[in-house]
Write a protein that binds this ligand. Structure first.
Ligand code: PEP
Length: 255
């Protein structure tokens, strides 16, 4: 499939940055920076800033996502946020299984699967993150690991469900380190993910799924990464907090 038929998705993960007032101010700067975007643009602020950001995003081309979502609908899960709560606010995306969640908060492939299921059931688009750490890359197990993470994350998902799924390939060694995967490395793993999707769901379905690269993507390296045949967009951390840089990445994705 011609990758141009898949709409590129550039998503900003603001992580634990910006109070609601600061988030609103960042939106004021981002909106002109991404005006006329030729790709889908998503920002994922902290939970408490979602209302302020949704307010600013209303009527614009920016969609809003959450950085996590719980798998139960309601109940005794202190500190967690359910998918329906997000959907009711107007949130349209949820990042699931970010490596920081896996590393610091005990997220596993199984909980990633459950969270992604809950997101999709609530009508959200799940951005499912997978990625190897440096030791795993050096041991040569990257492809096996990514296939396993992706397969478990998608357990029980139908081809129809996949319309609401984005896979984000994020090598852990590249996140927040300034050390970006080469375009060839990003393409190799994104292509392997698409091959797995084709094995599981058929080539036509696999060709319709957006696969992002994430890991120190910035204004300088975005164009080369996004030009790869199987890299359909980016999940952006640090650079998503800098309006000019995020705008440049969005522009690189839209051409
Ligand atoms: C991320 O947090 O998903 C990410 C890719 O961060 P950074 O762009 O800062 O490496």
């Amino acid at each position: 499939m011609d990758k141009n038929k898949r709409r590129a998705v550039i998503a900003g993960n603001w992580k634990m940055n910006k109070t609601p007032a600061e988030a609103a101010a960042l939106m004021d700067a981002l909106l002109p920076a991404v005006a006329g975007a030729g790709c889908d643009v998503v920002v994922c602020p902290p939970f408490v800033a979602l209302p302020a950001v949704l307010d600013k995003a209303r009527g614009s081309a920016i969609a809003v996502g959450a950085q996590n979502v719980h798998f139960e609908k309601s109940g005794a899960y202190t500190g967690e946020i359910a998918a329906d709560m997000l959907a009711e606010l107007g949130v349209r995306y949820a990042i699931v299984g970010h490596s920081e969640r896996r590393q610091y908060f005990g997220e596993t492939d199984e909980t990633v699967n459950k969270r992604a299921r809950a997101a999709v059931d609530a009508g959200l688009c799940a951005i499912i993150c997978v990625g190897e750490n440096l030791a795993q890359r050096e041991q040569g197990v990257t492809e096996d690991l990514i296939r396993l993470q992706t397969r478990v994350a998608l357990g029980g998902f139908t081809a129809e469900d996949l319309k609401k799924v984005i896979i984000a390939y994020e090598p852990v060694w590249a996140i927040g380190t300034g050390r970006t995967a080469t375009a060839a490395q990003a393409e190799e793993v994104c292509a392997a993910i698409r091959m797995l999707l084709a094995e599981l769901y058929g080539q036509k379905v696999a060709d319709g799924v957006s696969i992002q690269y994430g890991g120190s993507m910035n204004a300088e390296n975005a164009a080369e990464l996004l030009a790869q045949p199987n890299v359909d967009g980016g999940l952006i951390g640090g650079a998503s907090l800098k309006p000019a840089d995020f705008g440049a990445i969005v522009k690189a994705a839209g051409v």
